[in-house]
Ligand binder design. Structure first.
Ligand code: DX5
Ligand code: ZN
Length: 218
């Protein structure tokens, strides 16, 4: 399987959201990446169910919802209803991660777990086989447009090794500061899904930028 591109809607123009959704639909992007922030787990607030439901009405690709919220268990059913296909929670935000992952799957969604830059890969050892995706944060979560943290490459190879050793089917997703300088190296290291916000939406031609990320034309 070649790598997937998931543009982050956080960097879209919210006053022209439908236009930007149609751009993603018509592009070579594979998924919609949807960032939910609660102002508690991260020092920023993004958007919630009404906006996700509105995106879902037009989106023709998988809805990859990244929850940066405390105690996500409270809202699993609501995110399903709003249109999430894949729901990713933060390791640091869950007291009973195994229970949370099972609850996501029971709702018929794929389950992902995300790790902050300071959280070692090893904490996933006893849950990796249950996961459809691991999201390695390559910036501290909370904001778009931050610089990529180089330690991410090491974490990708550690995670790749854990996945191969355990026979897990989890995809490795990288989120934060993805651009033309690191995309190729990330995929070479084992990343399967690249999230890109600013690099796509702040470019002159987002459709072309997605095309180039897909081809790793750098
Ligand atoms: C950060 C979010 C990211 C963000 C990425 O907390 O999880 O998905 O939108 O934005 P860029 O690509 O601009 O770093
Ligand atoms: Zn994200």
């Amino acid at each position: 399987m070649s790598h997937l591109i998931a543009p982050s809607v956080l960097a879209a123009d919210f006053a022209n959201l439908q236009r930007d959704i149609e751009m993603i639909n018509a592009s070579e992007a594979d998924w919609f990446h949807i960032d939910v922030m609660d102002g508690v787990f991260v020092p920023n607030i993004s958007f919630g169910m009404p906006v996700i439901s509105a995106i879902k009405k037009h989106a023709k690709k998988l809805m990859d919802v990244h929850l940066m919220i405390v105690d996500p268990d409270r809202f699993i059913k609501d995110f399903k209803k709003a249109g999430a296909d894949l729901l990713t929670v933060h390791y640091e935000a869950c007291k009973h991660l195994h229970r949370t992952v099972q609850a996501i799957k029971q709702e018929g969604m794929q389950a992902g777990v995300s790790l902050n830059p300071h959280t070692p890969i090893a904490v996933l050892e006893d849950i990796i086989k249950d996961l459809d995706l691991v999201l390695i944060m390559s910036v501290n979560p909370g904001f778009g447009g931050q610089s990529f943290i180089d330690n991410t490459y090491k974490k990708i190879s550690q995670l790749k090794e854990m996945i191969e050793k355990t026979g897990s089917n989890a995809l490795i997703e990288i989120d934060g500061g993805v651009n033309d300088k690191n995309a190729k190296k990330l995929v070479a290291a084992g990343a399967k899904v690249l999230v890109a916000g600013s690099f796509v939406f702040k470019s002159d031609d987002p459709t072309r930028t997605i095309h180039e990320l897909k081809l790793l034309k750098y």
